[in-house]
Ligand binder design. Sequence first.
Ligand SMILES: [Zn+2]
Length: 87
Amino acid sequence: MESEESLKMELSLKCPVCGSNLQLIENSAYVMLGCPRCRKYTRMTKKHIYRVYIEYDGNLIHLKWAELIKELYTRIATRYYLESDES
Ligand SMILES: [Zn+2]
């Protein structure tokens, strides 16, 4: 079992393979999107997210969530994912 605390959230996005709701999982190092039924997940490091999906506008910081989710979903849809070893 992972000692690291992680947050899990079910989305209304559907798995392109089985049609189940996809899950978004976040821990201190990664954000993952995947299908709990097919057990296919794609993962992005937070470091990468901070580098690519955060925009600075003066004092404001925007996290481009929609683009981030879209990219993760595209990876799932194009079957660019990791086999999960999570039990
Ligand atoms: Zn699925």
